[in-house]
Design a protein around this ligand. Structure first.
Ligand SMILES: [Zn+2]
Length: 61
């Protein structure tokens, strides 16, 4: 079972889909991608509103 998060589902116009076997793994990939590609800072990624948005968009396959 894998967990995925599509950038599009959090309102970002980007075809990337992050994946992980666990929420921890997924969030690590999301953070890495968010920083490298979208230029988010650690603070922006840890913002409670952002976390809420991200967690609501996680899909389990
Ligand atoms: Zn993206």
């Amino acid at each position: 079972m894998a967990m995925t998060l599509a950038c599009r589902d959090v309102g970002v116009d980007c075809p990337h889909v992050s994946r992980g076997e666990t929420e921890e793994e997924l969030m690590a990939d999301v953070a890495k991608h968010g920083k490298e590609v979208h230029g988010y800072t650690e603070e922006q990624l840890k913002d409670p509103e952002m976390m809420k948005k991200v967690k609501a968009a996680i899909k389990t396959e």
